[in-house]
Design a protein around this ligand. Sequence first.
Ligand code: C2E
Ligand code: MG
Ligand code: MG
Ligand code: MG
Length: 282
Amino acid sequence: LQLAIEQRTRFVWYDADVLRQVERLALIERTLPDAIKKRAIHVAYHPQIELKTGAIVGAEALARWDSDTHGKISPDEFIRIAEKSDQILWLSLSVLEQVIEQLLRWHDTSLSALTVSYNLSPRCLDAAIVDLLTETAETHPWITDRLVIELTESSDLLTYPTDLSQLETIARNGYRLSIDDFGTGYASFEAIWHLPIHEVKIDRMYVSGKAKDSLSFLRAVARFTREQRLVLVAEGIETKLELKRMIEEGVEIGQGYYFTEPLDAMTFTAWAEARIQKDETS
Ligand code: C2E
Ligand code: MG
Ligand code: MG
Ligand code: MG
């Protein structure tokens, strides 16, 4: 009987958990449109560092949501939910607008040379994004050297009926294309390498050594990117040892908690200004 009761309680507990999870998802889904509209979903900036010199060269723009009801919600969660509907289009557009506004604010300051990388999921390749990028390239031609488009190397690029011509338009406007999380997806070399790729971001699995044969994969990618004259970026550098190893393997640019966590726009601006000033005076 004891056991039966225990199992029963456990069953009930488990049930309540599932229910809470379902309710949470429903609430996130319901509050998402308003959060996008009110810009409760904002952008954090994660510095990108030239590893050999320690100089800051740019930042990756990362969507953040500090919800009134749920506290911090991870982009992995709300982006997956947004991708289930066309909310992902509004979210992507809002993030892009915020990134462009930020680049305009940094123009003519000591941060004017920094690039900003923007994550574009293949599902968001709709006309509004392409149009905004095209218009911005026309009104502010310098911006195409500052804005990098990160494409995630997910199987989406293969299975989702991606219209590569939209990516070609973006590249033709002068924007740079980067392949994100390289080594985790099923990158169709066929599909992707038709595009004018500028940069490859190797996934942090290969930085931490968690992936099988990390080092030999990293070496192969480093050699490939060198020969193809692609920029190689390592993400998720957390320790001094990882930093040292990345430099030894010839990785040019890196990101990771070793330098700092992603920072809100104001904090990032101060962080980057201080770092640039230090470089100039040393
Ligand atoms: P991602 O583009 O690969 O971004 C890198 C993720 O790794 C970020 O997580 C970043 O905070 C985290 N990271 C950076 N350095 C380290 C480190 O040293 N150690 C560890 N453990 N993690 C590190 P975040 O911000 O949670 O973003 C997760 C993913 O959500 C992103 O992966 C990206 O795929 C997606 N995402 C974020 N913002 C956007 C967006 O605006 N649009 C789209 N479509 N996707 C976005
Ligand atoms: Mg990214
Ligand atoms: Mg990544
Ligand atoms: Mg990732």
